[in-house]
Design a protein around this ligand. Structure first.
Ligand code: AMP
Ligand code: MG
Length: 418
């Protein structure tokens, strides 16, 4: 399990910026070190454990990029078209012919190995065949055209994938192109997930009149799975210090991260803080972010705990800025900073300076052809419809105090967040 010191989340200032939070997490959280080997077909989404140097060049041999005719550079027609007798035919997967006679051309197909003494290929669309069956090649083709030299994509020995790379389908393709069948990856981190609150009922269980069904736990578990975590669903803890403490303490030993939602603001019925303090250490991060409230950061027996606010939208947004970088750091993944895409606002908005705000917005095609963001009409942090009916978050930086229609803003699509 990840062993972190009790004071690793300590923070001196009264308000923490989003950047400070991410910086603190990435410097203080240590990656787990356990590795495992997985088959290539199971590697998508996993974190590569070691640098991968190319065991062979890509492409492995020099080959034709088109269907056409190969010639020696010395024979390239300079100023007028020229007829070449045929010398050979090379198919993809066939053997390269040892040489090509001077003043001749060889029929060649896409992916077929180049004869060692031919360097250029004419596309078949650019040639014609004369009455005696010779291939007439036009002048002016650049030497080396339409040829893919061995190693032009990746030279042998070059580090092609870095340790910490979260593998996506294109990385799996690269490993396959090297002929690998298995990859060393970091084992999945194990995350314990609890909801807290007497007002919550689990879907599938009876719901009292004053209860609502727990939605955050299912959202958070789905987000964690998308980050490659192994998730333990630990249900709902009641708003009671001792049972909270017991529940949290029990899972610290065999999880790498504990995630809770609800009960971290400062009301009398918010017991997560006291519960964690009774069995470990805890700090409340007052983050300069909206929506969001204090986020609890704690350590129980060396295992980090993150307590997210209960309002679904606050929970979602703080997950993105606190849980996501923590899960990536624990998993040994390279940091994946969130880069907002610039587009036009189609709304008016006022905000306070000094904090970052995330506005739920949908995209639509603007009249000029670009994209513009339309703000969801209501703002409550409890509105699940606001997450469901929008495409992502407009990110308004600390310095911004108002937004006018037509202004450039940054947009984070939901798909880029997890
Ligand atoms: P809390 O952070 O515990 O004060 O909760 C803030 C609001 O979020 C309250 O209205 C809760 O009912 C709601 N809430 C808390 N936990 C959840 C949850 N797991 N699913 C849905 N709503 C929740
Ligand atoms: Mg609560």
């Amino acid at each position: 399990m990840a062993q972190l010191s009790d004071d690793c989340f300590a923070f001196g200032g009264p308000m923490m910026s989003v950047d400070e939070a991410v910086g603190l997490i990435t410097t203080r959280v240590n990656a787990i070190v356990d590795l495992e080997t997985v088959a290539l077909v199971d590697a998508d989404g996993r974190v590569l454990a070691r640098d991968l140097a190319a065991p062979l060049p890509l492409p492995p041999f020099t080959n034709s990029a088109v269907d056409g005719y190969a010639v020696r550079n010395a024979d390239l027609p300079a100023s007028a078209e020229q007829a070449f007798p045929l010398d050979g035919r090379i198919q993809a997967g066939g053997l390269a012919q040892a040489s090509i006679k001077p003043g001749h051309t060889a029929r060649i197909f896409t992916g077929a190995p180049m004869p060692p003494d031919a360097e250029t290929v004419f596309m078949q669309e650019d040639v014609r065949v004369d009455a005696s069956g010779r291939i007439v090649l036009p002048p002016g083709l650049k030497p080396g055209a339409n040829v893919r030299p061995a190693g032009e994509d990746i030279p042998q020995g070059q580090v092609a994938l870095r340790a910490g790379q979260r593998l996506r389908p294109q990385h799996v393709a690269l490993a396959a192109a090297f002929g690998l069948t298995r990859l060393d990856v970091v084992r999945r981190i194990r995350v314990a997930v609890f909801s807290t609150g007497d007002e919550l009922a689990s879907p599938g269980e009876p719901r009292a009149a004053s209860q609502l069904f727990d939605s955050n736990r299912f959202m958070l578990m789905a987000m964690l799975r998308r980050l490659g975590c192994e998730v333990s669903d630990l249900g709902i803890l009641r708003d009671e210090r001792a049972s909270l403490a017991r529940g949290l303490k029990q899972v610290a030993g065999d999880h790498d991260l504990i995630l809770t939602t609800g009960g971290v603001s400062t009301g009398e019925e918010d017991h997560v803080k006291a519960a964690v303090e009774s069995i470990g250490s805890l700090v409340l991060w007052r983050m300069a972010i909206k929506p969001g409230r204090p986020v609890a950061m704690g350590i129980i027996d060396g295992t980090p705990l993150i307590g997210l606010p209960g309002n679904p939208v606050a929970s979602f947004v703080t997950f993105v800025h606190v849980v996501r970088p923590t899960a990536l750091a624990l998993s040994g993944a390279l940091p994946e900073p969130l880069l907002a895409i610039p587009l036009r606002a189609a709304f008016t908005y006022r905000k306070k300076a000094g904090r970052r705000e995330y506005v739920r917005a949908s995209l639509r095609r603007a009249q000029g052809g670009g994209l513009e963001a339309i703000k969801f009409p209501r703002e409550g942090a409890g509105l699940l419809s606001s997450l469901v009916e929008t495409d992502g978050l407009v990110e308004l930086g600390e310095d911004i105090t108002n937004v006018e229609p037509g202004q450039d803003v940054g947009f984070l699509p939901y798909a880029s967040l997890i």
